[in-house]
Design a protein around this ligand. Structure first.
Ligand SMILES: *Cc1c(COP(=O)(O)O)cnc(C)c1O
Length: 438
């Protein structure tokens, strides 16, 4: 059984303070997990987790992870600005981009971030638009074909736009070496949301073996191997969570069997986990506003796919706990006796957080917790149907709460229309409305 990180009474009090919907984050859980990650890789003195900013670009959460030694993995100029504003400097920033715009490379170079080249053609492009190749560089590998783990998890690198072929990788290392690079990293992301302790160890062995060959054949000094993201979380209640300690030990075994005998026992292991660092420590809190009974039974909530697109986009499962409401019973442990589609209000039939989900009987006014929205939740939000994205609230370790991002307002939504007189007319109308409610 998946339990929310808040109790029903706690949540009722929080929802009295912050109007639904909002994403709620669990500081205690996030801290404990960050510490567990650091402990699992403490055998590797150079270990560094670069939190994948795209998973949750909230300054408070990124800074919290920074306390554990995490850096930032950025993929765009705005993410770089965020990392810079929060005090991340130089090698604390990994820039893992693709199809990279010139201005993004320029900013990454200016900040001294580690450039992780996605393609061999980006090396000359970088020199043209951003300047000389920096001393520390990295290249992204794509082995092609399919990538399969023992438990059947499979992904399809041959169909993925990321990274370089093996031949290109050797050429890129030589090119970068000739252009003055002195420290090299190797990076790959071959599978996503892997709920198995095998993924990192299998990937690590593959990259370690390649690193040995790259160093021998090109003379480039490999100083880090970046295992990137892809470590999964149990979205479904029947999935067994990854054991980060076992994952760390599996990577250590590959390290000791491949890198140490090759005289490369000084290589740092890096990661760019997003989902694993944040996913389980967030939930979307939403209230039931309507019930509808036609050919199926529908529960209409006040959140939409604009707050969490994963179910609509990937058919992703997000567990839902019915919590209940003020003055009513705690429903969080009640057995499932009904079957519902849980929907938002977008004019799109895929705006459903769950289809045919077994839940306890739901009533209008009930609070629902939609689990595991801490990564790729608010971050993937959008504004279809003129819907405004939800706020973010942090549940502190001491039980207090803090608003760490306010909800969007109509003024935010219309702000970019200021290019034309008609647009400014819309903004003025919206400001009037804003004034009325203030
Ligand atoms: C998305 C991404 C990550 C994070 O992936 P998770 O599955 O959230 O861990 C890390 N690195 C790169 C380059 C990515 O694109």
């Amino acid at each position: 059984m998946k339990r929310p990180f808040v109790s029903k009474d706690q949540l009722v009090r929080i929802a009295e303070r912050y109007p639904t919907p909002f994403h709620l984050y669990d500081e205690a859980g996030m801290r404990a997990n960050a510490q567990a990650v650091m402990d699992a890789f403490s055998w590797n003195p150079g270990f560094k987790e670069y939190f994948a900013v795209k998973a949750n670009p909230n300054p408070t959460l990124i800074s919290l992870l920074g306390e554990y030694g995490c850096g930032c993995d950025c993929s765009s100029a705005t993410e770089l600005m965020l990392a810079d504003a929060l005090g991340f400097r130089g090698r604390d920033i990994m820039f893992s981009s693709n199809d990279t715009p010139a201005e993004d490379f320029r900013l990454a170079r200016e900040l001294g971030a580690v450039i992780n080249f996605d393609d061999i053609s980006h090396i000359e492009f970088f020199e043209e638009v951003a300047g000389p190749i920096p001393p520390v560089v990295s290249c992204r590998f794509n082995p092609g074909g399919t990538f399969q783990l023992a438990n059947g998890i499979m992904d399809n690198p041959g169909d993925s736009k990321f990274g370089m072929t093996e031949g290109q990788l050797f050429d890129a290392f030589r090119m970068l070496r000739d252009k003055g690079a002195r420290e090299f990293g190797l990076h790959a992301l071959l599978a996503s949301n892997t709920v198995t302790d095998d993924y990192y160890p299998v990937l690590a062995r593959l990259l370690f073996e390649l690193a040995v060959r790259l160093e021998r054949e090109t003379g480039a000094h490999v100083t880090f191997v970046n295992l990137s993201g892809g470590v999964g979380i149990p979205y479904r209640p029947d999935e067994r969570p990854n054991d980060i300690r076992a994952i760390g030990e599996g990577v250590r075994k590959a390290y000791e069997e491949v890198l140490v005998p090759a005289g490369m026992g000084d290589v740092a292991v890096c990661a760019e986990m997003g989902r694993f660092m944040a996913g389980p420590y967030g939930c979307l809190v939403t209230r039931v506003v309507h019930e509808k009974h036609i050919y199926k039974d529908y529960v209409g909530v006040d959140a939409t796919a604009c707050d969490l697109i994963r179910p609509a986009m990937y058919g992703a499962y997000h567990h839902i706990t019915v919590m209940g409401q003020a003055g009513g019973p705690d429903k969080s442990e009640l057995p499932a006796t009904h079957v519902y589609d849980v929907t938002g209000n977008l004019c799109e039939n895929n705006d459903k957080f769950a289809r045919d989900r077994e839940l306890p009987e739901v009533e209008v006014g009930d609070l629902l917790v939609i689990h595991d929205t801490g990564a790729h939740g608010r971050a993937m939000g959008y504004n279809y149907n003129g819907r405004l994205r939800a706020a973010e609230v942090l549940l502190r370790e001491d039980g207090s709460t803090e608003l760490i991002r306010r909800a969007e307002t109509p003024v935010d939504y219309f702000a970019t229309l200021d290019a034309t007189p008609l647009g400014r007319q819309v903004i003025a109308r919206c400001n009037r409305e804003d004034g009325r409610h203030a």
